[in-house]
Design a protein around this ligand. Structure first.
Ligand SMILES: [Fe+2]
Length: 292
């Protein structure tokens, strides 16, 4: 469930055996962890490790790498610019590591986020509560089968509560989860995805794959018995470490921790070493129909 890679630098080159190990583990639903790969927050950036840099409304501060636009921070002017530069340094590092370690090409670098607020103690509706096991699916951003790969760094400073650990639960394999929930998913409503696209609720139209993934996300979170009794394992990520996981495939819940950075990547399933392991292909096989 956890594959530890002993790498210590962000750029490689990495040897072929290590690269093979990384892609095989990742695609089979493991969390790749990098216990000896810290993301270094510089002395003059330490002040950003403070929940007050958030605007208090969103969980995450996000940076759009295409425009350089920073969202949901309370900081302005020079401070906002320096926070943006730190997040960008992380995102660029993550993108470099990704291309040196993994075979995926035509990768879209999506938003980079900084998560400065403690996970524990926040309150949400069940659907938006990421302390419950779920696979990622975006209500407004249809994926049409494209993958969601996320790279995280724990940058909690020394002396943080709970040793600064970022605590996750990781659940059963995607196929087991999907098979159990498939009969209970929301029915496909003809015209709905067209309407949502037309109204601007979604960026473009949702495919049946997107509808199914959202429905899986919601049904899993709303099922108390599943949350309590399904096979799962506690995993914790220490400060000064990084990890990477297909969050559209691996059931995960973030239970505690603060001060993480995260970079999201998207790419087509034909880039995978084994596309049959993509959630799209698993759902098509289980449902017996084409979904995009
Ligand atoms: Fe998630």
């Amino acid at each position: 469930m956890i594959e530890e890679l002993p790498i210590t630098d962000w750029t490689g080159p990495f040897d072929a055996a290590l690269k093979q190990r990384a892609v095989t583990a990742l695609e089979s639903g493991a969390v790749l962890s990098f216990p000896a790969l810290p993301f270094l927050v510089r002395e003059d950036e330490r002040a950003f490790l403070d929940a007050r840099v958030s605007d208090g409304k969103s969980k995450n501060i996000s940076l759009d790498p295409a425009t350089g636009k920073l969202q949901a921070t309370s900081l302005t002017g020079d401070k906002a610019q320096r926070l943006g530069a730190m997040i960008e340094r992380f995102g660029a590092g993550a993108a470099g590591l990704m291309s040196a370690l993994l075979p995926y090409r035509n990768v879209e670098r999506a938003r980079t986020s900084f998560r400065p607020v403690q996970v524990k103690g926040r309150s949400y509706s069940k659907i938006s509560d990421d302390r419950l096991l779920h696979v990622d699916a975006f209500p407004t951003r249809p994926m049409h089968g494209r993958r969601i790969l996320r790279f995280f760094a724990n940058v909690a400073p020394a002396g943080s509560p709970d040793g600064g650990l970022r605590r996750w639960q990781v659940g059963e394999p995607f196929e087991d989860f999907a098979r159990a929930f498939l009969p209970r998913l929301r029915p496909h409503l003809p015209g709905q995805s067209w309407l949502y696209g037309k109204l601007g609720v979604t960026r473009g139209q949702r495919s049946r794959y997107d509808e199914m993934m959202l429905s899986l996300h919601d049904a899993g979170k709303l099922d108390d018995a599943f949350q309590k009794n399904s096979p799962q394992q506690a995993v914790s990520f220490a400060p000064g470490t990084c990890w990477m996981v297909f969050t559209d495939q691996v059931l995960h819940a973030a239970l505690g921790g603060e001060f993480a950075l995260e970079q999201t990547f998207h790419f087509d399933i034909d880039q995978m070493a084994d596309p049959a392991r993509a959630p799209l292909k698993v759902l098509e096989r289980l449902s017996g129909r084409e979904l995009v």
